[in-house]
Design a protein around this ligand. Structure first.
Ligand SMILES: [Zn+2]
Ligand SMILES: [Zn+2]
Length: 231
């Protein structure tokens, strides 16, 4: 669809300062939406700790920067997106971006735990042994920027379908939220059924916060199964 592409180019005419504000508000709304989901699913557990504010705020600033840089890379044609919709290309691209990002994040997450000097960045996230939706945003700025950079590199290297990337971003946020709740919204059969057991659950990431040697993956369980870190 040409209209979305035109609309994105039109957005660029707002100027960099306004764009930064727009992306700041967009990312702020995503945090507000996450907290809202947390409140709906587990009201009692969705408790804000003042000590987390600086990490959550810096994550918001970093996500704003990554959105801005990604947007500019798109305007400058370093990121090429297809706006033609077809079900096969939509599905192939969605699967490919999800697999590629999960593998890269698995590797990064594994090494951030294993390398001592690197772990000092990640330890803040692990102060949350009992997690809630806010834990998702308790990240060191360098961690957030590395995750963002991985994302930008992958979408620069391959020409993805715009719709696949949009759905991936929604799935990524959904998985980030669900992974940090206490209530597991996935049905009981999920981790036993041969079709669904490859996709992670709330319990899967909860285990990682309780045992930091296990479950480094995010969307899928098979990287941990392959590398023998699955619990
Ligand atoms: Zn970790
Ligand atoms: Zn976590």
């Amino acid at each position: 669809m040409i209209q979305i592409k035109d609309w994105l180019y039109h957005l660029n005419s707002f100027g960099d300062f306004n764009l930064l504000w727009i992306f700041f508000i967009e990312n702020l709304l995503l945090i507000v939406l996450s907290v809202f989901v947390g409140l709906i699913i587990e009201f009692q557990n969705t408790v804000f700790n003042k000590k987390d504010f600086k990490w959550i705020f810096s994550t918001l600033v970093c996500n704003t920067l990554v959105t801005f840089i990604g947007f500019k890379l798109f305007i400058l044609n370093y990121i090429q997106l297809s706006f033609e919709f077809s079900i096969p290309s939509f599905l192939v691209d969605l699967l490919w971006i999800t697999l590629a990002m999960d593998f890269l994040m698995f590797v990064f997450h594994y090494f951030i735990h294993k390398l001592k000097w690197f772990y000092t960045l990640h330890k803040h996230h692990h102060l949350h042994i009992e997690t809630n939706v806010y834990s998702l945003y308790v990240l060191h700025p360098i961690e957030t920027l590395v995750f963002g950079t991985l994302w930008l590199i992958v979408i620069m290297l391959f020409d993805f379908n715009f719709y696949s990337l949009s759905i991936y971003l929604i799935l990524n946020l959904t998985y980030g939220i669900l992974g940090h709740l206490k209530v597991d919204v996935f049905p009981k059969f999920w981790s036993k059924n041969s079709l669904t057991k490859w996709i992670s659950t709330t319990t899967f990431h909860n285990h990682h916060h309780k045992d930091e040697e296990k479950n480094f993956g995010f969307y899928f369980t098979f990287w941990d199964k392959i590398f023998k870190t699955y619990k």
